[in-house]
Design a protein around this ligand. Structure first.
Ligand code: TAP
Length: 481
């Protein structure tokens, strides 16, 4: 049975957009060298003009962060730093609705996701790390671990505010100051975060936000005044950054791409597994580094599972991301849509079979329907390369050993899922999957207390939990380059 839904739009009026936004340096919004426009990917309307930070702007931001580090933040007792983090966490909650709407406008993701996932998790990261600020001596890194200094942080567009929180909260809790560059296509919630830093009376220069494109990121990571670089983004750019930081004495952590296997055994409850598969690949339009983009299904239930999956996919609602009933929002940018189209065309050219949910696409904006490829072999590009869109590649297996071989057969190792009723099989699989996170009978679950990070070309270093603190402290065994 198909339900008809009345429109349930969230109100844009909770957001007051400025015409233009400066850089946030030394506690103030300041002008920079040039400007660019940020648009809504769902409508292509211009939302605001944003400043592009050039070399002098990055210099100023790093100098402000250094001064704040030396004079204020690194010498402030942890319990005082913690109070600021708690204050920021509460302000994120107070302004949650505004932030969710703005995130959806700038990113294109469904309001249901920004409201229920991105913003609450961002606040949770600040609450969690606020609690650590005065307990670092008990975190297992010696009695008085020291901060590293000024941290340069570069983040992607898929979870703009949440990735900011993953970066800034632990850095500040450990006594570092930061210069952060948000992605070019999604700078707006980072700029509202800068306002929140002002509201929280955070000492000037502890957080600096420099907007811009990849060239601003390059300037930041190569800056000699930076002690540590934390990057989340593509593997290609991550490798470039690793080269730029080599032999510089800078600490480096890289959170890169993924091509996760979601492995379904024949004893799993089919309906529950279908929900997990849908959540694994269609959440946030598949713009998720740990997305379950490869379904590995045991051969004996492949037909049954695929029919159930396709039935479920026909009920997904694609369209206006501001509508509270929308499941699939807009693709974040034209270049990302081009990339998805190119890779899916290669899937067909290499012999895989494409099936897309029959949903009409809006005329304006960037859209791609939820899509499944069957008849995929491990050598196909769509089984090896990260598509970063709502596209699932399906492979089959007969034995657990074959599932492991296929699951591990990519250059990545960020996450994986296992669906079975047998606890012993879950443990057997988890100990053999080369993935930083393994979910069992669920997918895409996040918690600030749980460390997240990759193996192989998915990067190194962990974010979240006690392990994540290590990336921002001067302890033996860090990942110096
Ligand atoms: P990238 O193109 O790598 O961009 C990431 C960030 O780096 C953006 O702010 C980008 O600026 C900047 N940048 C680009 N070139 C740079 C350079 N040469 N030096 C320094 N900074 C540079 O990735 P993306 O397309 O935004 O994000 C998607 C990727 O991120 C996917 O591969 C995804 O798997 C990965 N990701 C990983 C994780 C974790 S936790 N592992 C989480 C989320 C996303 P512009 O915006 O101007 O290009």
């Amino acid at each position: 049975m198909r339900f008809e839904y009345a429109p349930a739009p969230e109100s844009r009026s909770v957001v007051t957009l400025r015409d233009s936004y400066g850089l946030f340096i030394g506690g103030e919004f300041v002008a920079g060298s040039s400007v660019f426009k940020t648009i809504s990917p769902a409508t292509e309307e211009v939302l605001a003009e944003v400043t592009h930070a050039g070399p002098e702007d990055v210099d100023r931001a790093v100098a402000a962060a250094r001064q704040a580090y030396e004079r204020v933040w690194s010498v402030m007792p942890g319990r005082e730093r913690g109070k600021y983090l708690f204050r920021i966490a509460r302000l994120l909650q107070e302004r949650a609705r505004e932030l969710a709407v703005l995130e959806t406008m700038d990113n294109g993701k469904p309001i249901r996701e920004s409201r229920d996932v991105d913003i609450p998790l961002a606040a949770a990261h600040f609450f969690y790390h606020a609690g650590w600020a005065d307990k670092l001596g008990y975190a297992g890194f010696g009695p008085s671990p020291r901060p590293l200094g000024v941290v340069g942080q570069v983040i992607p567009w898929n979870f703009p505010l949440l990735m900011l929180a993953w970066k800034i909260a632990p850095a500040l809790a450990c006594g570092n100051t930061v210069v952060l560059k948000p992605a070019e296509t999604t700078p707006l919630t980072a700029l509202v975060f800068a306002e929140i830093c002002q509201q929280a009376d955070l000492p000037s220069g502890v957080v600096n936000i420099v907007t811009g494109d990849g060239s601003t990121g390059q300037l930041l990571v190569a800056h000699p005044g930076i002690d540590k670089v934390a990057f989340t983004g593509s593997t290609a750019v991550g490798k470039e950054i690793a080269r730029a930081c080599a032999v510089s004495g800078k600490r480096l952590t890289l959170e890169l791409g993924g091509k996760a296997a979601n492995v379904v055994f024949d004893d799993s409850p089919v309906d529950q597994a279908v929900e997990g598969i849908v959540n694994g690949i269609f959440f946030n339009q598949g713009h998720v580094c740990c997305a379950g983009s490869r379904l590995l299904v045991q051969e004996s239930i492949a037909d049954e599972l695929l029919s159930a999956l396709k039935r479920r996919m026909t009920t997904l609602r694609l369209g206006d991301p501001m509508d509270k009933n929308t499941d699939i929002g807009a693709i974040n940018s034209r270049p990302q849509l081009d990339k998805i189209q190119e890779l899916t065309a290669s899937g067909e050219a290499e012999g895989a079979e494409r099936w897309s949910a029959p949903c009409p696409l809006p005329d304006r904006g960037f859209w791609f329907p939820p899509t499944v490829f069957t008849g995929v072999s491990a050598a196909h590009r769509i089984a090896q390369e990260e598509i970063f869109g709502p596209v699932l590649s399906v492979l089959t297996f007969r034995t657990p050993a074959e599932a492991i071989e296929k699951a591990n057969n990519t250059p990545y190792g960020l996450s994986a899922g296992v669906w079975t009723e047998k606890g012993s099989l879950i443990l057997w699989m988890a100990s053999r999957l080369r993935a930083g996170v393994v979910w069992a009978n669920t997918f895409n679950r996040f918690d600030p207390a749980a460390p997240f990070g990759g193996y192989k070309e998915s990067g190194f270093g962990r974010e979240g939990g006690r392990h994540g603190l290590e990336a921002y402290l001067d302890v033996l065994g860090g990942s110096d380059v």
